[in-house]
Design a protein around this ligand. Structure first.
Ligand SMILES: C[S@@+](CC[C@H](N)C(=O)[O-])C[C@H]1O[C@@H](n2cnc3c(N)ncnc32)[C@H](O)[C@@H]1O
Length: 245
């Protein structure tokens, strides 16, 4: 993605120091957070959330609160929303809190689906329903949405298990490559997609995928922590309306 200054190609081309740093962060995140054996509860951006084993922790990982806060600032009155990769459900709940009429929360990890349904009930948002799905596969082909939200796994590499799917998207981002084209096909003409990417993701690849899906994108928010930055993009169907198959 073009982040203002220059187009960045990362992830598969980390410097040796960066690669060591990323390996260490993954080791500790995987060992002590993603694969913990016990369920826990947390409070983030106004929600009480159960975090089941293997589910992305919405408090420890800072992207969740950043994206949730952004969504809660929108007016989504009457909108039909879908989320790809819901984890604890925090972003879907935020969309509901912002007024969405219906929110479908999808995740490939069955524990995330369970957590999101639990958290929807716990926080009183019956318009949020979670289902197991690989990207949009569980949604009938003709179904389109006003809003798509996603904070996909940031790194390439084979996931070790369901928990690691929050982190690794497969070699060369295999598991999320179809996300962009599928999203373009699922958006209403005036629809919007909100996508969160890390500065350590392969932003140039994401940019190519966005364009080749017939989507245009603009960066709408950024949060920097000293080692990394998180970017929020708004994607919409490009003017040409020509979406390649
Ligand atoms: C970085 S986590 C984000 C979780 C949550 N949205 C949040 O912001 O706290 C990415 C999520 O995407 C899910 N995921 C990964 N690959 C997926 C796929 N192909 N289809 C659906 N969900 C997927 C993971 O299981 C994980 O829950």
């Amino acid at each position: 993605m073009n982040v203002g200054e220059k187009t960045i190609e990362r992830d598969d081309s980390f410097s040796p120091a960066r690669a060591v740093y990323r390996t260490l962060v993954h080791f500790f995140s995987y060992r002590f957070i993603l694969t913990r054996k016990q369920s826990t509860t947390t409070h983030v951006e106004g929600f009480d959330l159960a975090v089941l084993p293997s589910v992305f922790h919405p408090k420890i990982f800072l992207t969740s609160a950043f994206f949730a806060r952004f969504l809660q600032s929108l007016d989504l009155q009457g909108k039909n929303v879908v989320e790809i990769g819901t984890g604890s459900g925090i972003l879907s709940l935020s969309a509901a809190k912002a007024g969405a009429k219906s929110v479908i929360a999808l995740d490939i990890n069955p524990a995330a689906v369970k957590a999101a349904n639990l958290n929807a009930a716990k926080n009183g948002f019956e318009q949020v329903r979670a289902f197991q799905s690989d990207l949009f596969s569980a949604i009938p082909a003709e179904r389109k949405f006003d809003i798509i939200i996603s904070s996909p796994p940031s790194f390439s590499g084979e996931p070790r298990d369901d928990a690691d799917r929050a982190w690794h998207a497969g070699p060369g981002y295999r598991d999320i490559l179809p996300l962009f084209k599928q999203s373009a096909q699922r958006l209403h003409p005036n629809g919007r997609m909100y996508l969160l990417l890390s500065s350590d993701s392969n932003l140039a690849l994401m940019d190519r995928l966005t364009r080749s899906a017939g989507l245009s994108s603009k960066q709408i928010a950024k949060r920097s922590i000293w080692v990394e930055a998180f970017y929020l993009y708004e994607l919409s169907l490009a003017e040409t309306d020509l979406i390649p198959d």
